[in-house]
Ligand binder design. Structure first.
Ligand code: TYC
Length: 103
């Protein structure tokens, strides 16, 4: 316990000297096959968006090729990408989702 606490304290001190942690955008990409309703469901389920926000982002992806679902610390962004891809594969849709550094 004592060791863990010390390690945690050192990591915390290092991070504050280096500034805030990097943040990552989770981005949905367009394709010709995934149904629009399914994309709206994904945005509601994994990004806690209401129907209006989810519809707006889905249409942006459909019309412009990509759209940002949210911006998160690295581990959370990576988990969201995995969850979206697993859910899409379960339903046999080719939906693509990536993360990229938020500059
Ligand atoms: N282009 C798809 C269609 O016409 C809809 C779609 C929207 C697919 C967003 C993927 O990330 C996406 N059914």
């Amino acid at each position: 316990m004592a060791t863990k606490f010390q390690e945690g304290g050192q990591l915390e001190a290092q991070r504050s000297r280096l500034g805030p942690p990097k943040m990552y955008k989770v981005v949905l990409l367009n394709d010709d096959y995934t149904p629009m309703d399914f994309v709206i469901t994904v945005l509601q389920r994994f990004f806690s968006l209401d129907t209006e926000q989810a519809t707006r982002i889905m249409l942006q992806v459909h019309n412009e090729g990509r759209g940002v679902c949210g911006v998160y610390p690295r581990d959370i962004a990576a988990t969201k990408v995995e969850q979206v891809l697993a859910f899409a594969r379960q339903h046999q849709h080719p939906l693509a989702c990536i993360m990229e550094e938020n500059e």
